[in-house]
Design a protein around this ligand. Structure first.
Ligand code: GLN
Ligand code: ZN
Length: 753
């Protein structure tokens, strides 16, 4: 029984990769030093896997920015706007981050299936592709040279192509053969250096399967499998069940099939009876997406079920997906309550869990099994896990609590008192988090400044922020979120049932990491969370200040949720806490309240059936949080993505008065969905791409607004950036917003003519 994982986090237990990248981008670190730091990290991560007793270490899981981009770069699918006159590394990073100097915008970025990881979306046009070398080759040789047993891992051609975006109506699947020939060459280079090659096709778990994928899957995998020669191809699926694609996966040429048994337990019994004789099965048993210890007895049962049918030799033990979605090492945590830490496992510990599981099965290590069972039992009994007042409140939720007093048209009339101009301008909430702001928060956390000093410092930042917005001429202001290091952590820290790690970082995109809070028990609000700051901000301006909250679904999706309660129940608990805050904001005289649901779509399961269930409870939770206010209070929501088509009806059901969405990178395409649906409420499609340091021009944004007006009546249109500005510098944000306000004024004038 061989053991392996699907991937290890690249970022490093102390975020070493982040530091190296950011110093390199600032010009403080040479290319050579950057690559040396990366090599150290790779060696360290391979060592962890080897020490844990795994049979293979993964190569090709490490990326300087993004693994989808690595494939794009290797295939040579470089959009024509980028110039190829610089070093390969510079070109690679400008695809991801844009080239501010030359005014070239970055490639689009979007969420990787239902995770909070963002990949760079391949753009497929008609241009010629010139293949480049893929770093996986060098990494595999490096691993081998250092005495490791490498298993190269690549995102598969169907997943790459299915997630790419065709430019100007190009037929992207026309390029399939060319893509596959690059893969085949790559596999031929790798095959003599390894026993297994992992090719990941999570697209097989996503519904509906594009016809182009099903039609050509068998033929293409025959080619890829042949290119692997003596190495065994592991056709790797994750993030859900294969569902209708079971026959496709079983019939595809490959040595091993990997399935996710965390997000798709039930598929094992559907797969085993007809599992082909010549293949092995890799079982994804250890959850790559949470931080909890595995239940060995449950996992062992699945292994035994597989071994009974296939025999031990044809079974491999693994993680459900790459461990890149969980933090690196629990040993870095020194401040967690012992009883919570005892329940946890991060990537390093999960590698060991896979080995333990093998020992349990192979050698009948019952001591390990019993110890694990005892620990889990102990954890379930702890007092702060079950709070009866919270359970009672959830039970008492009435359907009427999920709806506003009146339907949108009446609310629209009631909200006239806000006195907003046509095409009102606003921002999404956060303003640049300057070094001074971060220092203030840190000093307070460390006890270096008093509470009063902290309040004064934050208030003065809020004041600066409000003054800047007044000067810019924005219509609905925000306080800037300078007291928040993170939109989930800020609220989690004030809610019961949450706790925090010191180093539980997970990569979000490029060098950006998040440290998700941990929900370990029932959730409740202890006291108001935002009222003082917003009230202070409102006292500085006669314009409406927008109260800023994180929605229940986003709180849940961006935390590590407990695994002993249904997520839908945890979500209701959070929604009730946010509902209380919304009502308190209204009482404090705040007229506009934004409840961010940035994560609503990413939390959606990949199968249609599970997705419908999720969307029902997720949108209900949002409504529960949002509906406790008067008609004249304007509720906004914000979402950070542009893939709306499949969930549009649900977005509409959320019934927010105003929704702001990401769209500048995708050129307002998504507004088609709003137009087709005859969406009644107001919409702010982002006109300023905040993921890039580039300052968009007034004319560019005016043009996006003109495009938007083709789909959306002017009465419904708002003007705002794509997302919050916390990662930007004032030097970029201010002129960008100046241009944005000017663009809004220009279009208002054009509409008046
Ligand atoms: N209000 C948040 C901000 O501006 C929203 C961030 C997000 O959607 N990711 O930072
Ligand atoms: Zn956003």
């Amino acid at each position: 029984m061989k053991t392996h994982i699907l991937g290890f986090p690249s970022i490093g237990k102390q975020r070493e990769l982040k530091q190296a990248l950011e110093s390199y981008w600032k010009g403080e670190l040479s290319e050579k030093s950057l690559l040396e730091s990366c090599e150290q990290l790779k060696l360290r991560h391979w060592n962890i896997q080897k020490e844990a007793g795994l049979d293979y270490v993964v190569t090709g899981d490490f990326s300087l920015y993004d693994r989808m981009l690595d494939v794009t770069f290797a295939i040579g699918a470089i959009p024509p706007r980028f110039k190829r006159d610089e070093s390969r590394l510079k070109l690679y990073f400008s695809l991801a981050r844009g080239d501010a100097g030359r005014n070239i915008s970055a490639m689009d970025m979007t969420k990787w299936f239902n995770t909070n990881y963002h990949y760079i979306v391949p753009e497929i046009g008609e241009e010629e592709w010139v293949a480049n070398e893929h770093p996986i080759v060098e990494d595999t040789l490096l691993a081998k040279k250092n005495g490791f047993n490498p298993k190269p891992a690549l995102i598969g051609p169907f997943t790459w192509l299915a997630l790419s975006k065709a430019q100007n109506g190009a037929d992207k699947y026309k390029r399939l053969d060319q893509v596959v020939s690059t893969y085949a060459k790559l596999l031929e280079t790798l095959r003599d250096h390894c026993d297994y090659i992992q090719i990941e096709e999570p697209i097989l778990c996503a519904e509906p399967t594009p016809k182009e994928v099903s039609d050509r899957f068998a033929e293409i995998y025959a080619k890829l499998n042949a290119a692997c020669g003596g190495a065994k191809l592991i056709l790797t699926t994750y993030f859900g069940t294969l569902g209708q694609n079971i026959p496709l996966a079983l019939n595809a040429d490959c040595g091993v099939l990997h399935i996710d048994l965390v997000n798709g337990k039930e598929q094992l019994e559907n797969i085993l009876p007809s599992f082909p004789k010549e293949k092995s099965l890799s079982l994804g048993l250890i959850n790559g997406r949470n931080i909890w210890k595995s239940d060995y007895s449950k996992a062992a049962k699945l292994v035994e079920q597989a071994v009974r049918v296939l025999g031990g030799d044809r079974v491999l033990l693994s993680s459900s997906c790459s461990l890149a979605h969980c933090p690196t090492d629990l040993a870095e945590e020194t401040a967690l309550p012992e009883h919570i830490k005892n329940r946890m496992a991060f990537a390093v510990q999960k590698c060991a869990e896979i080995s333990s599981l093998r020992d349990i099965i192979k050698r009948g290590d019952t001591a390990a099994l019993e110890k694990n069972a005892a620990q889990l039992l102990e954890a379930a009994k702890l007092p702060d896990i079950f709070v009866s007042s919270v359970r009672d409140r959830v039970k008492a939720i009435e359907p009427s609590m999920l709806s506003r007093k009146s339907a949108y048209p009446a609310r629209r009339a009631a909200q006239k008192w806000l006195n907003l101009p046509p095409l009102p301008t606003t921002t999404i909430g956060s303003f640049p988090q300057t070094a001074a702001i971060r220092k203030t928060r840190l000093s307070y956390k460390r006890g270096e400044i008093t509470h009063d000093e902290y309040i004064a410092a934050i208030r003065s930042e809020i004041k600066v922020c409000v003054e800047k917005q007044e000067k810019l001429g924005l219509d609905v202001l925000v306080h800037g979120e300078c007291e928040r290091n993170d939109m989930t952590e800020y609220f989690g820290a004030q809610l019961g049932g949450f706790c925090f790690t010191q180093n539980g970082w997970v990569q979000s995109y490029g060098s950006r990491c998040v440290k998700p809070p941990v929900i370990y028990g029932d959730v409740y609000r202890k006291a108001p969370m935002t009222i003082d700051w917003i009230s202070y901000a409102q006292s500085l301006s006669s314009k409406p200040l927008k109260g800023m909250l994180t929605g229940p679904v986003t709180m849940l999706c961006w935390s590590f949720a407990r695994d002993d309660l249904e997520p839908s129940e945890t979500c209701k608990q959070i929604a009730l806490a946010i509902r209380d805050e919304v009502q308190d904001l209204e009482k404090a005289g705040i007229r506009v309240i934004q409840i961010d649901e940035a994560a609503l779509r990413e939390g959606m399961p990949l199968s249609v059936e599970q997705a419908q269930k999720y969307l029902q409870w997720a949108t209900d939770s949002f409504r529960l949080a949002a509906s406790g206010v008067e008609d004249k209070t304007q509720i906004h929501t914000h979402m950070c993505y542009s893939e709306f088509n499949s969930i549009f009806a649900w977005i509409a059901k959320m019934d927010a008065d105003v929704i702001s969405i990401e769209s500048s990178r995708s050129g307002m395409e998504l507004l088609n969905a709003f137009a087709d649906f005859r969406y009644q409420n107001e919409i702010g499609p982002g006109v300023y791409d905040i993921h890039s340091p580039r300052v968009p021009t007034q004319e560019e944004m005016a043009e996006l607004l003109r495009k938007a007006l083709k789909h959306i009546p002017k009465e419904q249109l708002w003007v705002n950036p794509d997302c919050g500005l916390k990662t930007r510098q004032w030097e970029e944000a201010y002129p960008s917003l100046e241009n944005m306000v000017a663009a809004a004024k220009q279009i208002r004038a054009e509409l008046n003519k």
